[in-house]
Ligand binder design. Structure first.
Ligand code: GDP
Length: 298
C-alpha cells in the first residue's frame, strides 16, 4: 500500500514535473521566469499569487546574487513555503464542550467522505462525536448516514421535518445533554450562486448560536482540489456568507494541480486544517506547508 505522501506526490505529479523540469540545466534569464509563470498559472495558482511569487523570486535572485538554477529552485521552495505556512493551523480540540463544527461545500466536493474521516480522526483523539444530518433534502442520504453512524459509534441526529436549522439546534442540545465532545453539523451541498440556499446556511449558523452561545466554533468548507480556480471563488463566497474558520481540500491524490493553495494563501487565507489524499477513512492528513511544497518540488 502506498503511503499518503506517495499518493499526494502522484496526484500533484503533473504540476510537479512542470515546475521542476524548467530548472533542469536552465540559465537564469527571462525565459526561465516566463516558463515559471506559465507553470504556476497552469497549476491554478492564479494571477495574484503567480505575480507575487515571481516578483519575490526575482528580488531574491538579485539580493542573494544567485547564479545557479538549483539555487533559484531552492529560493522558490522557500518562498512557496513562506506563502503557504500561514494556512497551516491545527484543529484545536477541547476548547468547548461540546465543540460545534459546521461543515459546508458544493455537491461532490467530498463532504460526506470527509465527515467520516473526521469522525475517525476525532475518535483517535478520544473525542466522542455527534453528527447532525443537516442534508435534509435526500431521505436516502439521511438513512445511509444513520446506518454509518451506528457502525462507527457516532450518534446521528436527523429529522424528517426538512428544516436543517432545527436539526442543528436539536443536535447541539443532545450533545450538551449527553456530554458529547464534538458536534459536526452536516449541510446539504450547494453552489454559492444559489442565494436562497446560502441564506439557509446563514440561518443554520445563526440558529446553532441560539442553541449554544458562541457556536459554531468552527465553520469548515470542503473543497475539491481538482476544481481549479473555481475553488478560490468558492472560498470567497462561503467565507463572505459564513466567516469560515477552516478548509478541507480533498482529492489531492487525484489529478489536482495544487497551485490553488497559493491562490488561497494570497487572496483569502483561510486555514487549511486537513487535506484529503484518498477515498479511505484514514486518508485525511493535517496540512503541512513544508510537506506540501516538497511534494510539489521534489
Ligand atoms: P459530497 O457530495 O460532498 O458529500 O461528496 P462525497 O463525500 O460523496 O464524495 C464524492 C466522491 O469523491 C466520492 O466518490 C468519494 O469517494 C470521493 N472522494 C472524497 N474525498 C476524496 C479524496 O480525498 N480522494 C479521492 N481520490 N476521492 C475522494
Amino acid at each position: 500500500k502506498r503511503s499518503w505522501m506517495a499518493r499526494l506526490k502522484a496526484g500533484l505529479s503533473k504540476t510537479s514535473s512542470n515546475l521542476t523540469l524548467l530548472f533542469v540545466g536552465a540559465k537564469i534569464d527571462d525565459d526561465l521566469y516566463e516558463e515559471l509563470e506559465a507553470a504556476l498559472l497552469m497549476a491554478d495558482a492564479g494571477v495574484d499569487a503567480t505575480q507575487f511569487l515571481l516578483d519575490a523570486l526575482k528580488r531574491k535572485v538579485k539580493d542573494e546574487k544567485l547564479t545557479e538554477a538549483a539555487q533559484v529552485k531552492a529560493a522558490l521552495r522557500t518562498l512557496l513555503t513562506e506563502l503557504l505556512t500561514p494556512l497551516q493551523k491545527p484543529l484545536e480540540l477541547g476548547r468547548h464542550q461540546p465543540l460545534v463544527m459546521m461543515i459546508a461545500g458544493v455537491n461532490g466536493a467530498g463532504k460526506t467522505t470527509t465527515i467520516g474521516k473526521l469522525a475517525k480522526h476525532l475518535h483517535a483523539y478520544d473525542q466522542s462525536v455527534l453528527l447532525a444530518a443537516g442534508d435534509t433534502f435526500r431521505a436516502a442520504a439521511r438513512e445511509q448516514l444513520t446506518i454509518w453512524g451506528e457502525r462507527n459509534n457516532v450518534t446521528v441526529i436527523s429529522q424528517e421535518s426538512g428544516d436543517p436549522a432545527a436539526v442543528a439546534f436539536d443536535a447541539v442540545h443532545s450533545a450538551k445533554a449527553r456530554s458529547v465532545n464534538v458536534v459536526m453539523v452536516d449541510t446539504a451541498g450547494r453552489l454559492p450562486t444559489q442565494l436562497h440556499l446560502m441564506d439557509e446556511l446563514k440561518k443554520v449558523k445563526r440558529v446553532i448560536g441560539k442553541g449554544m452561545h458562541g457556536a459554531p466554533h468552527e465553520v469548515l468548507l470542503v473543497i475539491d482540489g481538482n476544481t481549479g480556480q473555481n475553488a478560490l471563488a468558492q472560498v470567497k463566497a462561503f467565507d463572505d456568507a459564513l466567516q469560515l474558520t477552516g478548509l478541507v481540500i480533498t482529492k489531492l491524490d487525484g489529478t489536482a494541480k495544487g497551485g490553488v493553495l497559493a491562490a488561497i494563501a494570497k487572496t483569502r487565507p483561510v486555514p487549511v486544517y486537513f487535506i484529503g489524499v484518498g477515498e479511505k477513512i484514514e486518508d485525511l492528513q493535517p496540512f503541512n506547508a513544508e510537506e506540501f511544497v516538497n511534494a510539489l518540488l521534489d
